[in-house]
Design a protein around this ligand. Sequence first.
Ligand code: BGC
Length: 716
Amino acid sequence: MANTAARSAEVEKKIDEILSKMTIEEKVGQMQQLAANMDAAKLDEYRKMGTIGSFLHVLGNDTQKYIEPAEKSRLGIKPIFGIDAIHGHALLKGATVFPSQLAAACTFDEQLVEKMGEVTAKEVAADGLDWVFSPVLCMGRDLRWGRIDETFGEDTEVVARLGAAIIKGYQKDGLVAACAKHYIAYGEATGGRDAYDSQVTERRVREVLLKPFKAAADAEVMSVMTAYGSIDGKPFTTSRKWLTDILKEELGFNGLIVTDWDNYKALVHGQRVCEDLCEACKDGILAGNDMCMYTDVFYNAAIEAVKNGEIPMSAIDDSVRRILRMKARLGLLDGMPARKLPPRSVIGCAEHVAVNYEVAKESAVLLKNNGVLPLGDVKSVAVIGPNADDVGAQYGDWTYYSHPNPNPQATPKDEVYTLLKGVREVFGDARVTYAKGCVIEDGDCGADSDKAMDEAVACAKAADVAVVVIGDRLKYNGEGKDVAQPILRGRQIELLKRVKAVNDKVVAVLVNGKPLVLSEAEGYCDAIVETFNGGDMCGLAAARLIKGEENFGGKLPISFPCGVGSGPDYYNQYDYWHGGRYADVKHENPYPFGFGLSYSRFEYSAPVLSAGKAKRDGAVRVSVTVKNASDVDGKETVQLYFRDRVCKMLTPVRKLLDFKKVFIGAGESKTVTFDVAVADLGYYDENCVYTVDAGAFDFYVSGDGINFGHAELIVE
Ligand code: BGC
């Protein structure tokens, strides 16, 4: 503690010293971030100045040409390199590509997610870069939104806990800076339309969305990114209330705020709240943005606005201080202890592959099993489907496939375990046949589509079991790929139907960015496995899981939709008393948040409280005994929910309060305990004041989000 204080006093002193020497041009230069793919001539001009604070999307081999002019500049402040390492340092070919955030959330395992952050940080740092634009702390609730894959799902507690865990992993030993994004309410954009206005109230933000950012601030995340959109008509980029008053002051975030890509231009040309870019830059700085991503006119506009007296120097100094603080923490300022960078050989190394395998295995969720799984030693397997051997679809967004220059031809395909490769390895080449069957495409699928379908059906007919790998692909998933209908597109359902007609063992494996409507498809499947975008090792993990060499332990961090247009279908909605349901869609979700089967069978005792009554400032312990009543070792995620039984404001039907993932050996029992502070059972009233009621509270314990054990607490 004393050391940290001394260190930060030393850092602040160093920053004061640098600030006192800086010209306005040098200060604003630090606040500018430019991109590797901007106009090349302009970029070169800025690069040579040596005073630009940061560059993004530069990969390791190119960093030196940016560092040299900086080192030669008057103050010698090095630039900081940012990269979208969203699920691994995946823009770099050869680095470890992890499952997407949504897939990783299915692990419900903070230690594993932290490890994923740590591995990514090592590979990023070994590549000479400093800053990852991750994690995404948006709530994934509207399945039309293209970026659902980047979220940790639909629940505040899960997003907050896994978010803090991955931040800890990234920033371990100060290796790289993390960036919590997108602040705030970005996932709430109306209609799931990316960056559109979010029609949510401040109360809703406080109830559901703010906690993950508070957890990030508490985990000392070094940066936060401003969302593209707006809240009830006010762009986040110009909102002093949300950026300064709430994030920096109320939540105590002392890192830097970077805009998202070209937010300042959007203020003029997209959102039309500023006359010109000068006004946009001024409004953005005054709101609390410290660094401007991409918009290069920022540099001159901000200098001019300061010279004209429109922006006080104190605002600029505060931003520059935050930027230099981050550079100091990363050892980029002269005289500050430097980081110990890992050697380049860690990139994609065997140890990292092993961690990646573990994440992929723990993130697969068994949704349905009528007894067909585990397959064991079957004689022949037909691997069928459009995503059985499609690395791009399996990776999902934010890899070298999709950003910034897609180059699928150059892909080292044989290093990636697609389902086909995994099944071949696990079941033995000779037992496996393959046919693609169809493509994932709306409308006309081309002249050969009947032939491809017939081949797949013949292939399925000749095998003991058909593994059908379906889902979506990058055309319908990822940033800028919002869809009106989250469905299995093209002829995928027809493929399942026809395969089922010739083979009575159909195992569907989903490779997709987000939950899709399954209501029709599931009738043709004997088992369903969800892998989302499972990264490099997905196919090996899934093959071993379906064979029974491994056991499933994943749970859904997000609910499946009941139907097209029925959403949002997230679990913690308010009660309804009149209507509230659709007449045409059954609103019983077979695959809700928290759901996931296993080869083990877990039996829950009734939850027991340490006391039936507690004071508002008191605490209570909830205990539940879980028995593994099978002969297979397994992992179970025990979930604790609560509800304030009667409250002056509407409260969700239940709200996740805590979760613990435990290993329980075959035939063994484990007692899982949760220590609950009554102060955490509150809500925000109509004036956004946090309140804890007296009265009855219900606790619910569950392992699947469907069956619940119950206990009652009286708060006095
Ligand atoms: C995305 C951010 C990303 C940035 C830089 C934007 O389009 O919204 O999440 O970090 O680009 O690539």
